[in-house]
Design a protein around this ligand. Structure first.
Ligand SMILES: [Zn+2]
Length: 104
């Protein structure tokens, strides 16, 4: 396996903007299993509550989808991050997932 911290520069850059508007990748543990997510924030996380309260439609300011591969370089995320999940953890985004999903 390649001995570098991130699978690609794109994911590294995304991880520097963890709570800003845009696409994010994060991973967390559900029991012994590691789950990887692609998240899209339509606004900065600091504005999320206001966006939810002011929403005039049912458009969602945040969308999340479980994924297996890096959307930029195609690497298998679990092969790359299983022993260093902490570098792609994002507790803010995990807290926005339904409890039934995070606790399985
Ligand atoms: Zn990648």
């Amino acid at each position: 396996m390649r001995n570098k911290a991130y699978c690609c520069e794109d994911i590294k850059e995304t991880l520097t903007t963890k709570t800003e508007k845009g696409f994010h990748i994060h991973g967390f543990k559900r029991g012994e299993k590691r789950i990887y997510m692609l998240a899209y924030l339509a606004c900065d996380l600091s504005n999320l509550q206001a966006a939810l309260e002011n929403a005039k439609t049912d458009l969602s300011p945040i969308s999340q989808q479980a994924i297996s591969n890096c959307p930029w370089c195609g690497s298998k995320l679990d092969r790359f991050y299983k022993n260093k999940l902490e570098i792609i953890q994002n507790k803010d985004l995990v807290s926005l997932l339904p409890q039934w999903f995070t606790q399985g």
